[in-house]
Design a protein around this ligand. Structure first.
Ligand code: GDP
Length: 445
């Protein structure tokens, strides 16, 4: 999805170049593309319709802002709306309850409930230093109880035994009692899976909810379920007062549309994402970051073209071509980028145009210091010979010392600059190689 939507959007940006205003007809053209991309990403149709209607409302008649082309202004609107629909920011687990704080896990069979229960146990132990007990209420599949026992041990949490001849509500009471008497801070309750929505099993989990009075009721859903996830989510939302969603198997679904659908139809925040089968494969869900993933990397190519517009078109185009091809990006190009950033009249301007997550990081920095930093980096690159700039790999210890002396800085600063350059070069190679997801993950981690 990442590539589909971002490719479509950058095409729109190009086509709309030169038009001064967002009009009814260019909005319609663009929204057709967005709609196709969202459907391809497996976002449910009613969700897509709502989304398109909202973007259309916001976009129509909007004036072109500052130096933005109408295409980019529209992309900006889509981007913001996507992040808003996804829930914006991070929604943490609520553990504010008389201990033990109970977390009830609900979802279809195979969604990843048991795995996620153990991952959450580990998360709570490591990140929040909690004493955690798990219990399985799945009396239909003895294997499920055993599975929870095994993965709980891997998580380093404690497991409360249950057997298939017990009633789920009795298991819940016994576990709660045990947790209280042994001062557990969190009790995680895994529940019976169902292959499809099933009245009897729904009543059972409602009863569990009544007994346990959980502070969190998490709906676990498989991201690969795509369109079906919507109906399941609706049914669970009607049956239970859900407080959060865990989206599993996001590692297997490059399209990521389920997040948008599930969040839209339930109105409940997505709190975690499962990203591998392993016990540590759980991430706190960051809506802004996921929106960026869905949209692609904030279209870095367009960004490079845009921020350099009117500065030196020939150089900018050369640079953009290199970004596109991922080949031969050298320190000369890096220097060119630094210079153009300076000419743009301040970094804050650029930050506005970065993907949300990068911008947040950049925003933490002191801008005037950042501008001085650019000057210093320019100084360092200027102390290099043209050959060194074209072949940065030549720069070893002796050359570093000479360059540092020439620029009047410490060798560490030369190292820092080279590292930054390498990161940028790697990033460009990855963008070209389609390793966008991997890169997003690394940047978030
Ligand atoms: P349950 O029936 O809801 O308890 O589902 P399980 O916890 O048994 O998970 C079903 C399958 O999905 C297992 O093979 C898990 O290893 C796998 N699984 C769960 N979460 C993830 C995830 O985030 N990524 C991947 N790749 N696999 C997962």
């Amino acid at each position: 999805m990442a590539s589909a939507l971002s490719e479509r959007l950058s095409r729109i940006v190009k086509e709309m170049r030169g038009q001064a205003r967002i009009t009814e007809s260019n909005v319609s053209d663009m929204l057709r593309e967005v709609r196709m991309a969202l459907l391809e990403a497996d976002v449910a149709l009613p969700v897509v319709r709502d989304f398109i209607a909202r973007v259309k409302d916001k976009a129509l008649g909007a004036d072109v802002v500052g130096s933005l082309t109408p295409g980019q202004a529209l992309v900006g609107i889509v981007n913001r709306e996507l992040a808003a629909t996804m829930g914006e920011g991070v929604a943490d687990l609520n553990l504010a309850a008389q201990p033990p704080a109970v977390i009830l896990m609900a979802g279809l069979q195979g969604a990843g409930k048991t795995t996620t229960t153990a991952k959450l146990a580990r998360h709570l132990i490591e990140k929040r230093k909690k004493k955690v007990l798990t219990v399985s209420g799945d009396v239909y599949r003895p294997a499920a109880i055993e599975q929870l026992k095994t993965v709980t041990a891997q998580a380093g949490a404690e497991w409360f035994p249950s057997t298939p001849d017990q009633k789920p509500a009795d298991i819940a009471r016994a576990a709660l009692d045990h947790a209280r008497r042994h001062h557990f801070e969190v009790l995680l309750v895994d529940t019976a899976g169902r292959l499809a929505i099933d009245e009897a099993l729904m009543r059972e989990i409602q009863e569990l909810h009544a007994v346990l009075k959980p502070v969190e009721t998490l709906f676990v859903v498989d991201a690969m379920q795509g369109q079906d996830a919507v109906n399941t989510a609706k049914a669970f939302k009607e049956a239970l007062p859900l407080t959060g969603i865990v989206l599993t198997k996001l590692d297997g679904d490059a399209r990521g549309g389920a997040a948008l659908s599930v969040r839209s139809v339930t109105g409940v925040p997505i709190k975690f994402a499962g990203v591998s089968e392993k016990i540590d494969g759980l991430e706190v869900f960051d809506a802004d970051r996921h929106a960026q993933r869905v949209l692609g990397m904030g279209d870095i190519v367009a960004l490079v073209e845009q921020v350099t517009a009117g500065v030196d078109m020939a150089a900018a185009q050369k640079l953009a071509a290199k970004v596109k091809s991922g080949e031969g990006f050298d320190l000369e190009d890096f220097l060119e980028q630094l210079r153009q950033m300076k000419q743009m009249g301040g970094l804050s301007n650029l930050i506005d145009k970065l993907p949300a997550q990068l911008a947040a990081k950049a925003g933490e920095a002191d801008l005037s210091r950042a501008e001085k930093d650019i000057k210093r980096k320019e100084g360092i690159i200027c102390s290099m010979t043209p050959t060194e700039r074209r072949k940065p790999d030549l720069i070893k210890a002796t050359r570093k010392r000479r360059i540092a002396a020439g620029a009047g800085v410490h060798v560490q600063e030369v190292n820092r600059l080279l590292k930054e350059f390498e990161q940028m070069r790697d990033m460009m190679k990855k963008m070209k190689g389609g390793g966008l997801m991997k890169m997003m993950k690394r940047m978030g981690g």
